[in-house]
Design a protein around this ligand. Structure first.
Ligand code: Z5A
Length: 214
């Protein structure tokens, strides 16, 4: 596969968006063409689904199965409309959340059976898989404190879940990472922004080949 596909995962407020922005800036300064995107969202269809999932009144009382299908519908569109074309053009793709979020949030925390989640996830992404997944691990209470003190402090539909939900998410991520150590880089999200950035750069720069510069 051409290109380099990197995903970022972790609980709320772990620092993904901050690190993705810094990494994109550094990659671009080095002459790489970068697609930075996010889930749910990243396409007009996906951004509409994002509103439904997070803030729309229509999302109240959403069944876990409907939630699973909405997240994966957004992903199916993003993969085909933006991610795979960018990889085919030998670009670096940085995605804020991808299929591991569904495995953990809908599979582990919402307790939808793992076989159904895996089947639907695979159908959504086809053969487009990340080469590197950076998991920023942080205790949920620290993450939620950061989220509450950011912007207007309002919480979206999923951020209103109980602490146990986010503890299950964290444990789910750590298990996934232990099962696939060659794909995952697990970092302590309690470190400074600069310390995290330098560990991320070390891992990413090893995977960059001269052909990624275009
Ligand atoms: N979800 C799902 O259930 N299933 C799926 O398949 C997918 C998603 C794809 C998406 O939320 C929600 O959808 C999410 C999972 C679910 N739900 N919940 N709950 P989102 O896109 O709105 O938000 P998020 O992905 O959870 O990220 P976030 O809350 O925006 O946080 P972040 O990107 O990880 O962190 P940040 O914005 O970079 O940093 C947060 C704050 O901390 C900010 O003020 C920073 O300045 C500060 N910060 C960052 N790094 C540090 C360090 N190192 N030290 C101190 N302070 C820091």
């Amino acid at each position: 596969m051409a290109g380099l596909f990197i995903t970022f995962e972790g609980g709320e407020g772990c620092g993904k968006s901050t690190q993705i922005r810094l990494l994109r800036e550094r990659l671009e300064a080095d002459g790489n063409t970068v697609l930075q995107t996010r889930e749910p969202g990243g396409t007009p269809l996906g951004e509409t689904v994002r509103k439904l999932l997070q803030h729309d009144k229509a999302g109240e009382g959403m069944a876990p199965e409907a939630e699973l299908l909405l997240f994966t519908a957004s992903r199916a569109q993003l993969t085909r409309e933006r991610i795979q074309p960018a990889l085919d053009a030998d670009q670096v793709v940085l995605c804020d959340r991808f299929m591991d979020s569904t495995t953990v949030y809908q599979g582990v925390a919402r307790q939808i059976d793992s076989l159904s989640v895996a089947t639907i996830n695979q159908f959504a992404v086809g053969n487009t898989r990340p080469e590197l997944t950076i998991l920023i691990d942080l205790s949920p209470d620290v993450g939620m404190t950061r989220v509450r003190s950011r912007g207007n402090g309002e919480l979206d539909r999923m951020e209103q879940e109980a602490l146990e939900f986010f503890e299950a998410v964290r444990a789910g991520y750590l298990k996934l990472a232990a099962d696939e150590p060659e794909r995952f880089l697990v970092l302590d999200g309690g470190q400074s922004i600069e310390a995290l950035q330098s560990q991320i750069w070390e891992a990413v720069s090893k995977r960059l080949s001269p052909s990624h510069k275009s």
